[in-house]
Design a protein around this ligand. Sequence first.
Ligand code: ATR
Length: 278
Amino acid sequence: MIDSKTKLIGVIGKPIEHSMSPPMHNAAFLKNSLNYVYLAFGVEDLGGAIKSMLALNIRGYNVTIPYKTEVIAYLDQIEPVAKKIGAVNTIVNENNILKGYNTDYIGAIEALEEKIKIKDKKAIVLGAGGASRAICFGLLNKGAEVLILNRSVEKGMLLAGELNQHWKSKASSMSINEATVQLIKGYDILVNTIPVGMYPKTDQTPFKKDFLAKNLLVMDIIYNPIQTQFLKDAKNTGCRIISGLEMFVNQGAASFELFTGKKPPKDIMKKTVKDLLR
Ligand code: ATR
């Protein structure tokens, strides 16, 4: 029951109406009998939203598009990896000290590591935006080599250059249009971060089907639909696939643990999102 001791968690972003985080977290609180409630806030005034955490003693926020980078300036402490990535998706209010974390990269890496040992593997990441950045960081951190394939060559090179400041010669980039079947064959992991194939344009794909090779472990970060055209193509090619749902649930589970200090009930979190997407 919601009462005067209920702790408040929220997700802030713009737009926010389609966020799956409130049902996912509320189902988890219910399952673990925790006196928390999770709401979605469509935020125009980011500074105001952060200050409210202190004024109203809000326990935590998830942060989503477009605020993951901008929010850093408002926080007291940033976990070192989140700082390097330059993006925060989780804020915890510890006795009025606001601490920022990034569970997106943890979610992606955990999903991959359930299927493969990342160390010394060769990975391709499609796209060079914020999501790609977090995933490249996670992959390199685990000892993989990373090739970024992007539409804008410049943006890909910029990201690879920055990654190489931390992991010399382990990151490279090229135009997605210059990739070849032969090149792709030499890789173990393929992750899509390009927002193509997302509901409602579910027949689109960011990558040529002919380029897929069956030795690849293929992950899409899109979770609506659960199986994108990209993943369908990969499955038909004989690849092992990982849906964006896994990453989404993993990031939520890691945030849940930061908010509550309790082990997340991942099964119920996943089932809740899956049922909603059906
Ligand atoms: P996020 O920050 O959430 O990862 P983003 O920055 O909007 O998302 O986009 C991620 C990547 O998808 C970008 O690198 C973008 O390529 P550009 O750098 O060339 O803009 C890529 N992308 C977006 N829409 C695309 C499309 N229709 N075709 C190919 N690439 C696309």
